[in-house]
Design a protein around this ligand. Structure first.
Ligand code: ASP
Length: 408
């Protein structure tokens, strides 16, 4: 049988299911497979920055700057913020009804080193958008300033003399085409990469998962339930009624990037595959895909937003701190900002929770309580982050009267 004939999402699923028992039962075999995951992730990292730069510049230049960019930008930002708020409120309602933090044993807390140093101030997020040195931002892999620079570059291409505009647009379109071809090439190795990553993660976390306390399961369940409601009810309703598109057909099309998001717990690592699939499976134009998806994978994180809110409320409940209505609203706002500021990499959300805790005066040590189960929740929230990005692309495309493959 020719393996390459099997659809990519089936290949990924098979790799995922084989990797779990492998990681659990063959710890001595891990070193023979973990390198596959590492090389795969490194290769993805290698293409992410040039991919983002070329896609945003060519996307923005083809939108043409000025009015149409402004309209598209506003719509996109409105979508990001409103869906993140819906996600947070879903989490807030659940955590208030189920109250998972009541009766949790504080002995379960793990100490977290360097907590104070890692905490991020709100103003940091805004400050981080404008790079003082774009090359340094690239070296550090700091995506937000790179996006900012690329958008500006694209905008000003459309303001140059027509001859220059033509050269630069053609150049960046060509650059983008090459990056997409490289993406397709690397994506072919996804099942092998995922096998290595998941086997390794299962191996690393197997002991911790065995000692899970019962009340942590309820906390996990609340996050999981909230994410499911947002992914299967809230977002599909928005796609159906705002985007006039078929949400579940779109969901089916997105199987590969969503499985990849689950396995890598990184929106950034998934970004190349997400772009490829949104364009080729759900039929969103390259112009809209290359503008919305890189932007979304960095700032639109519905899953992370919901998680920040539930985790902060959970910590308050465990420490027996009553949260007033105003404090809960503060959590909503800071959870939104934390999700915008979180990088699309594993465990970014866990670091950002310090913003939320600091803002409402909750003990930072609370992070030690939720750290044990973070990885598994990270996998689920990343799926929702990526799913929301793809829904956004479809909705924006439909609002610009693109037919797409999932339009009603
Ligand atoms: N891992 C998430 C992502 O890449 C971010 C987070 O930690 O919440 O989307």
């Amino acid at each position: 049988m020719n393996l390459s004939k099997i659809k990519l999402h089936w290949q990924i699923l098979i790799a995922l299911f084989l990797a779990i028992p492998f990681g659990y039962f063959f710890p001595e075999g891990i070193r023979y497979v973990s390198w596959m995951g590492e090389i795969f992730l490194t290769a993805l990292k290698m293409i992410i920055i040039p991919l983002i730069i070329s896609s945003i510049i060519s996307g923005v230049a083809s939108i043409g700057g000025g009015k149409s960019l402004g309209r598209l930008g506003l719509k996109t930002m409105f979508y990001y913020i409103s869906t993140s708020l819906v996600a947070i409120l879903t989490g807030l309602v659940l955590v208030n009804i189920i109250r998972p933090g009541i009766g949790v044993d504080l002995n379960f807390t793990q100490s977290v080193e360097g907590l104070g140093e890692n905490s991020v101030a709100l103003s940091d997020i805004l400050m981080r958008i404008v790079p003082s040195n774009i090359v340094e931002a690239m070296i550090r892999g700091d995506i937000l300033p790179i996006i900012f620079f690329a958008i500006l570059f694209g905008v000003f291409i459309s303001k140059t003399a027509s001859w220059h505009k033509e050269i630069l647009t053609t150049f960046f379109n060509a650059f983008f085409e090459v990056m997409m071809k490289m993406t397709l090439f690397i994506i072919r190795f996804t099942p092998l990469g995922i096998f290595g990553i998941v086997a390794n993660e299962v191996h690393r976390n197997s002991e911790q998962l065995g000692t899970l306390a019962g009340s942590m399961l309820i906390y996990m369940l609340v996050v999981f339930l909230g994410l499911s409601i947002h992914a299967f009810i809230n977002l599909p309703l928005i796609v159906r009624f705002v985007g006039r598109a078929k949400p579940y057909r779109h969901l089916k099309n997105m199987a590969s990037p969503l499985l990849m998001a689950f396995s890598t717990a990184s929106s950034n690592a998934t970004l190349p595959l997400t772009m490829e699939t949104v364009e080729n499976k759900s039929g969103v134009s390259s112009k809209i895909t290359s503008f919305t998806i890189p932007l979304g994978s960095t700032i639109n994180m519905d899953g992370t937003a919901l998680y920040e809110c539930v985790a902060a409320m959970f910590i308050a409940q465990v420490y027996g701190i009553d949260m007033s209505f105003m404090q809960q609203m503060l959590i909503v706002i800071t959870a939104l900002l934390a999700s915008i500021g979180a990088a699309g990499i594993p465990m970014a959300g866990l670091v950002m929770i310090t913003i939320v805790l600091t803002a409402v005066g909750l003990p930072l040590e609370g992070v030690g309580l939720i750290i044990a189960v973070d990885r598994i929740l990270d996998m689920f929230r990343t799926v929702v982050n990526v799913w929301s990005d793809t829904c956004g692309a479809v909705i924006i495309a439909r609002s610009e009267n693109e037919p797409t493959n999932v339009g009603l």
